[in-house]
Design a protein around this ligand. Structure first.
Ligand SMILES: *Cc1c(COP(=O)(O)O)cnc(C)c1O
Length: 497
């Protein structure tokens, strides 16, 4: 299997090269030259296997330059080394209205990003070796919260890697700050930056692209890499969990062989829902994809009108991991759905960069609407849904998942045909405890740990170990630097000053 750039299909690289490079030199995203298809017998063959075993088999269809043994090593490290709270890795819960929740947050940082970031470091170190370079990988990440922690947990003590995470001093929640400051591992480093997320991001970009810095690293046998969400190595593990979820639904008798179901995904960057679309192309019988957004509704507008327009106000919401105005992974969908028209993709994404918008033809918009619909929900609707789901089921859903449940119920109420509904559940409710506690009528006038306790007392749901532990963990990282001090900080911590 080779990979092309969405902006130049004459560019061909192997899976290892796509993962090692992250993004194509022309600014495009790597896409597989074809999408493997699974037969009913292939799905049958996945029954009864562990998650790690299923994942290794599915990865072998996309990462053909890895041996079966290498892939099995990767999935073993990621999914069988005790970092997930449940041996199944993912769980499916059925609500009273018959809809099903695909819980993707049983990993070490309590959000679905663990599903990919627990395995990416293993793909990355092997990919870099395969491309003929044998250097230590230095991951540099700017984060507004969830990604940084998931990346730290994924790279913690992975041989051949180091990771440095920068976050805005006053731009993350106190729980998120705690999660990062207490991170364990010999190869990790965390630092706050005076400024906002953009300052962090700009500082990291400047270090990445500084030739002197690159040379200094190379002289010491190191090279920079990124754990960015557009890396194919993060998307392919997400395809796996949708395929695996279908097999599990068959095993549990929640679906019959080949029975079609609707799937709702709360998304911002279009990554998680694009993975579901790939799973559909592979043969998972998904009737319809529902794209759920908060009031940063750029995707809802795009699906409805065919116009993508990021020139709009940014809103901070109770579902902050979907507060996104540039949905990078849409580029991959458009590449596939235009019949791999790389020149057209180049034109649209140049327009997005230069003018802030692009418009697709009506014919393409109609085809997208045949597969996807979108809706958006404000904070009041989100919190009301958390309250309703709790009242009906005694089940706590996080704010992002609740946006998905709103969209799923709205879709089902108006759908032309009834079919089972699966909803991607993206975070443990304790991760966004204050909003969740408020939604079920609790008093939120308390610190972050008291909020966890109150939520547990009210719901009976166990506080996840990873969050409960934070209270007693030692703060290991309390450095704060200005943006212009970041390069010196990086050199000092890498011991190459
Ligand atoms: C990152 C994140 C999302 C959005 O994921 P996309 O990659 O934008 O699809 C949704 N929910 C939670 C909890 C997240 O951390």
């Amino acid at each position: 299997m080779l990979y092309h750039s969405t902006r130049n299909k004459n560019l061909s690289v192997t899976g290892a090269e796509a993962i090692a490079q992250g993004i194509a030199a022309d600014g495009g995203l790597f896409v597989p030259e074809s999408i493997p298809e699974l037969t009913a017998a292939d799905f049958d063959a996945l029954k009864g296997l562990s998650y790690a075993e299923r994942a290794a088999r599915l990865f072998s269809l996309y990462l053909t330059d890895f041996t079966g043994e290498e892939l099995r090593e990767c999935t073993h490290h990621a999914y069988e080394s005790g970092s997930f709270e449940t041996p199944n890795v993912q769980e499916i819960t059925t609500l009273a209205d018959g809809s099903m929740l695909l819980e993707l947050w049983h990993g070490p940082t309590c959000a679905f990003k663990d599903m990919a970031l627990q395995i990416l470091p293993h793909f990355l170190t092997r990919s870099i070796k395969k491309t003929g370079i044998d250097r230590e990988v230095v991951i540099l990440t700017a984060t507004s919260g969830d990604t940084g922690k998931a990346a730290l947990a994924g790279f913690q003590d992975v041989p051949g890697t180091r990771i440095m995470v920068f976050y805005p001093e006053d731009g993350v929640s106190s729980m998120q700050k705690r999660q990062m400051q207490t991170q364990e591992g010999e190869n990790v480093c965390v630092c706050a930056v005076k400024g906002n997320f953009d300052d962090c991001q700009n500082g990291v970009k400047a270090i990445f692209t500084d030739p002197d810095m690159q040379k200094a690293l190379a002289d010491h046998g190191m090279q920079f890499s990124s754990a960015n969400s557009i890396n194919w190595g993060r998307l392919v593990p997400q395809i796996v969990y949708y395929v695996s979820a279908y097999v599990t639904m068959l095993e549990k008798g929640l679906l019959e062989n080949g029975q079609r179901f609707a799937l709702t995904v709360p998304t911002g960057n279009f990554g998680n829902i694009l993975a579901a679309w790939y799973a559909k192309q592979m043969g998972v019988p998904i009737r319809h994809l529902v794209c759920a957004s908060n009031i940063n509704k750029v995707l809802t507008d795009f699906i409805d009108t065919g116009v993508y327009d990021r020139r709009r106000d940014f809103h901070a919401t109770v579902s902050p991991s979907m507060d996104i105005l540039i949905s990078s992974n849409l580029e991959r969908l458009l590449y596939h759905m235009t019949g791999e028209d790389d020149a057209q993709i180049r034109a649209w994404f140049t327009a997005l960069k230069e003018n802030g918008s692009y418009q697709i033809p009506v014919e393409l918009r109609n085809r997208i609407q045949a597969e996807f619909s979108g809706s958006f929900w404000n904070d009041e609707a989100t919190k009301a849904m958390i309250g309703r789901v709790f009242a009906e089921n005694g089940y706590l859903s996080d704010t992002h998942t609740a946006v998905g449940i709103c969209a799923a119920r709205d879709y089902t109420a108006n759908a032309p045909e009834q079919s089972p509904m699966l909803i991607a559940s993206t975070a443990n409710p304790y991760k966004f405890g204050a909003a969740v506690l408020e939604a079920i009528g609790g008093d939120t006038n308390a610190d972050e740990y008291e909020i966890l306790d109150r939520l547990q007392a009210k719901s009976g749901m166990q506080i996840p170990k990873a969050l409960a532990e934070l209270k007693t963990k030692k703060v290991r990282f309390s450095d704060v630097v200005a943006q212009d001090q970041m390069p010196a900080f990086v050199k000092e911590k890498l011991g190459i000053a």
